[in-house]
Design a protein around this ligand. Structure first.
Ligand SMILES: Cc1cc2nc3c(=O)[nH]c(=O)nc-3n(C[C@H](O)[C@H](O)[C@H](O)COP(=O)(O)O)c2cc1C
Length: 192
């Protein structure tokens, strides 16, 4: 049954995006299957109030990044797709080059080969040519690059809602809908 979403969290800044994805998925019928990289464990402690173990408890299932025999490493394990949130430039590079040496990159590789949505939320600034080329490679392989940039046209001042809106948008790319206001357009705003 494809009622599972894989969440990979790597050592980039923006752990809040992965945590929010786990929390939003709890409000749905979908199961979250989380994998934390070794570096994510460091960044989580630096950026959040959670310990990695507490964070893993939000998820339905959790796997060690070293366990390349975990269910998500196989295409026979049906999922809606995978979110990598946040995605470091190292993990992006490994995915772009098919280096599937840990469970996050292996699961991403499997997601691409099974033609399921792979949503990569890269976090770095500024970007060098290598980063940009790797994003293009992942896009060419069928992945979706979704930088976690906030939008401003809703005049949102609540940081928390901004995060939720961005993550809800990312989840919609794996065909999981969570509640957030759709943009209904501007009325009669025509450029003369
Ligand atoms: C606090 C902190 C913030 C970091 N932010 C970023 C980042 O925004 N982007 C990035 O590519 N790497 C960042 N890094 C470095 C990665 O964690 C590092 O390259 C690591 O090897 C990535 O491994 P992983 O992809 O297996 O998690 C950060 C590291 C720390 C400790």
């Amino acid at each position: 049954m494809a009622d599972r979403v894989i969440i990979g969290m790597t050592g980039a800044t923006g752990q809040i995006y992965g945590i929010r994805a786990l929390n939003l998925l709890r409000e749905t019928e979908y199961e979250s299957h989380v994998i934390l990289s070794e570096s994510a464990r460091i960044t989580i402690k630096q950026e959040t109030e959670y310990t990695p173990a507490e964070l893993e408890q939000i998820a339905d299932e959790t796997y060690s990044v070293k366990n390349i025999g975990a269910p998500t490493a196989s295409g026979s394990f049906a999922t809606k797709g995978m979110l990598i949130s946040p995605c470091s430039m190292k993990t992006l590079s490994n995915i772009a080059h098919g280096n599937a040496g840990d469970l996050i990159t292996r699961s991403a590789d499997v997601t691409l080969k099974e033609r399921n949505p792979l949503v990569v939320m890269p976090r770095e600034k500024p970007l060098n040519r290598i980063h940009l080329e790797n994003m293009l490679k992942v896009t060419d392989a069928g992945g979706i690059i979704m930088p976690p940039f906030p939008s401003f046209y809703q005049h949102e001042t609540d940081f928390d809602k901004m995060i939720s809106r961005t993550v809800a948008r990312a989840l919609s790319l794996v065909d999981v809908s969570v509640e957030f206001e759709e943009w209904s357009g501007l009325e009669n705003e025509v450029v003369q």
